[in-house]
Design a protein around this ligand. Structure first.
Ligand code: G6P
Length: 757
């Protein structure tokens, strides 16, 4: 209807113009045809005069004039010839036929003939007058005045006028029809172009809008969205503290309480069958440490592999269990895997393939076709679970880690409007290293289903963008950190992960540092005068445990005075023990510990205590509080949260952190003693330095480290990601709104005025 209205607005003036043209053209046509006919009649007059001239000359000699009269009477039988007159050479009217006007003189007839276009009206209608000389051999006889009937011209003129009007009307109709068709096509093209633009095609690519004629609209829209973003950032107040409350407010206000779904392989709590019944265990996982407090703040649903031996016994019929135990703040949906699936997807592709591939820790990645098949199938299983858990078509989905590289694109297919935030908890290598993966393109394509792709550091983001650039046909805009693949943009950003702060309620009940120390010494039978260093890791070859042992050995060698005053406690939580690489690594470490203890320990007082079992969070906290030094010597680590947990545990502002430069955390925690773990001498010296560091310096460093972890806590990590997601959702909603208006024919004007003051 609207388009018809618009077209009528164009057609009515067109019809009026055509009618005006017809109105003006008819008299012009009349005049033209009259002139043509007058010329024809003049020629006809010449012919008639020539034909009559001899007879007239001869008849003129008849003084009674009978012959002439008879001749003229015959001539006017011609229906076009109305009257004839003969004038003498002196201008006297000698003869005339009946219809020749009685009072017309020869002079008047001459005048009429000379004035072209002026016709005479006699009784029968308009006549055309022409004068022709007649001569005989003897000389001039006179002049023949011929009057031709003009009334037929009138009739022809009417015919011409009719044809003209029909022609112009027909022409108008054809023009109108063509105009309608062209207008319809252009309108549809324009609407389609605008819609494509609002869907993002061309919007995120400033120099190449899909439809060049829409470039000004694209520029306006882009500018308006940036203004909205700026305003949003300004309202956020970048520097304010991030707390669970602020995160909840963000979810309530910016995300309008939208549903949050987390997907990870590792579950936050495992139910295990123990001697005393079902026991609850928190797995050793940086991912769980970080995401669990966020989930407590956000509520929502967490989808993870149910890997505990009693997991099935506690879920409801939808495989749901409310967590944390006794608090019921969020829901865990457990996914069950067969042993073959777990072997292929988790141990095989994820941990024998992607894990060493991304860590570049000198362990060869293994890629098996069968593992890849399981990986794809299990990713599909989790993507299906996301869709089943979604209560709306645009939930916020947090996809965690290298276990689920394919999930973002799989979910995107089914929930195109979902906001998918993927976070890669481990490092991303350079394009050459990643390029050895046989399914590199599929993995990258899967990840690019995300709305936001997060890494711990800018360096990992850069590696990822370069990898995409190398192996996919995608458009990369470095200045906006955006990769557009198949028309869908993914925002790539660094979000350094962290731990919860303010500290959990349990922190109030922590035993004092002195008490922790006494308990530990008692439990492990460590002499009272010993200084204690700790290492807390999963038993993993990327953690640099071997290098750490070498550094301890070297320190004792180099600074022998510490041989009787130092104990190193290494907690190594068993991990991925089904893999040979891990089993061999554990054996190797155990052998090294024995060797060093044989070398420096005394009977009953080993210098290194290897605690190769799972420790609950509270026990680890006590260990941190009891220690003088904490050693984190990862060979490569996305972030590493052990160092941040150590800092959080030291509310006495004592203790020294030795930190590998290859852990993402080294970029933030610059007051730690930063070492290259491959450089045994340097790490040994750092250990010595830590053991001898004056309390004042320890306090200064620790206070600064604590304020960093406080400020850059896990709520900031999640908050920044969710704020960016909210911004992108707002962008999408503005686009949808504008699109709706554009669809209804009303283009919402986009102000150019900046909201920035
Ligand atoms: C790393 C990974 C996590 C994983 C954790 C423990 O931190 O980034 O995704 O949960 O290791 O490994 P596991 O295989 O026991 O879950």
């Amino acid at each position: 209807m609207k388009t018809l209205g618009l077209q009528l607005r164009f057609l009515i003036p067109l019809i009026l113009i055509l009618a005006g043209a017809a109105y003006l053209a008819v008299p012009v046509m009349d005049r033209l045809t009259l002139r043509w006919f007058a010329r024809d009649l003049d020629m006809r007059g010449v012919l008639v005069a020539n034909a009559l001239s001899e007879s007239v000359a001869e008849a003129a000699s008849d003084t009674r004039g009978r012959k002439l009269q008879a001749l003229f009477s015959r001539a006017v039988l011609d229906e076009r010839l109305v009257a004839i007159g003969l004038c003498s050479p002196t201008g006297e009217l000698l003869r005339r036929t009946d219809h020749f006007p009685k009072d017309m003189t020869c002079v008047q007839a001459e005048d009429l003939a000379n004035s072209k276009g002026t016709n005479l009206h006699i009784e029968g209608g308009p006549v055309h007058v022409s004068v022709h000389p007649v001569a005989s051999e003897a000389g001039p006889v006179g002049e023949l005045v011929l009057m031709h009937d003009l009334s037929f011209i009138e009739r022809r003129s009417q015919d011409t006028r009719r044809y003209l009007v029909i022609l112009i009307t027909g022409l108008g109709a054809v023009i109108a029809l063509v105009t309608l068709i062209v207008a319809q096509l252009s309108w549809r093209g324009w609407i389609a172009g605008t819609r494509a633009l609002l869907h993002g095609e061309g919007l995120l690519r400033p120099n190449s809008p899909v439809f060049p004629e829409l470039a000004p609209l694209a520029a306006d829209l882009r500018e308006r969205l940036r203004e909205v973003e700026d305003e949003y950032k300004r309202l956020q107040g970048a520097d304010a503290d991030w707390t669970p409350h602020r995160l909840q407010t963000l979810l309530r206000t910016q995300m309008r309480g939208d549903q949050v779904i987390v997907v990870s392989n590792r579950e936050p709590y495992m139910h295990e069958r123990g001697a005393g019944g079902i026991e609850i265990r928190r797995p050793a996982s940086g991912l769980v440490t970080a995401v669990e407090p966020v989930m407590r703040a956000c509520s929502g649903t967490w989808i993870a592999h149910g890997s505990g031996s009693a997991d099935r016994e506690v879920v409801d019929r939808h495989d749901h269990v409310a967590l944390p135990p006794g608090h019921d703040e969020y829901l865990l949906r457990r996914i069950w895997l067969t042993p073959e699936q777990e072997q292929g997807y988790y141990y095989g592709f994820a941990n024998e393939g992607l894990w060493p591939l991304c860590h570049v820790a000198h362990v060869r990645p293994v890629f098996r076709e069968s593992d890849w098949e399981h990986y794809k199938r299990v990713n599909r299983l989790f993507a299906d679970a996301v869709v089943a858990e979604a209560r709306s078509e645009d939930p916020v989905i947090l996809v965690q880690d290298y276990h689920f590289a394919l999930v973002p694109a799989m979910v995107r297919e089914r929930l195109p409007r979902a906001t998918i935030l993927s976070f890669w908890h481990i490092p991303w290598p350079n394009p050459e290293s990643f390029g050895i993966c046989p399914w590199r393109a599929e993995i990258l394509e899967g990840m690019l289903g995300s709305t936001i792709m997060g890494f711990h550091t800018q360096f990992h983001c850069k590696n990822f963008m370069e990898t995409v650039d190398r192996y996919l046909e995608a458009r990369i805009e470095h200045e906006h950190s955006t990769i557009t693949f198949h028309g869908d943009p993914t925002f790539v950003e660094a979000y350094p992960i962290s731990i919860e702060w303010p500290l959990p309620e349990q922190a109030r009940t922590w035993p004092s540092v002195g008490q922790c120390r006494s308990e530990l010494m008692e439990r492990l039978d460590i002499p009272r005068d010993h200084r204690i260093a700790v290492g807390v890791d999963r038993f993993d070859y990327t953690k640099g445990i071997l290098e750490r042992l070498h550094a301890v050995e070297r320190m004792l060698e180099k600074y022998p005075e510490w041989q009787k005053r130092f104990t190193f406690v290494q907690v190594a939580a068993p991990s991925r023990g089904a893999l040979e690489e891990y089993r061999l690594f554990q054996q190797r470490i155990a052998a090294q510990v024995d060797r060093i203890n044989d070398r420096f320990g005394r009977p009953g007082a080993p210098v290194i205590r290897l605690l190769a079992q799972h420790h609950e969070h509270d026990e680890v906290t006590k260990l941190y509080r009891a220690a003088d030094v904490c050693l984190v010597t990862s060979l490569h680590d996305g972030m590493n949260l052990v160092c941040k947990e150590f800092i959080a545990a030291r509310d006495d502002e004592r203790g020294v952190l030795i930190l590998s430069r290859f852990a993402g955390a080294a970029r933030e925690l610059t007051e730690a003693l930063i070492v290259n773990p491959y450089h045994v001498e340097e790490t040994a010296d750092a250990l010595f330095h830590a053991l001898t560091m004056p309390p004042g310096e320890q306090r200064e460093r620790m206070a600064s480290l604590r304020s960093t972890v406080h400020e850059f806590n896990v709520y900031r990590w999640a908050g920044r990601m969710l704020s960016d997601a909210a911004r992108l959702r707002l962008r999408q909603r503005v686009s949808t709104r504008v699109q709706r208006h554009a669809g209804s024919g009303t283009i919402v004007p986009l102000s150019r005025k900046s909201t920035r003051s």
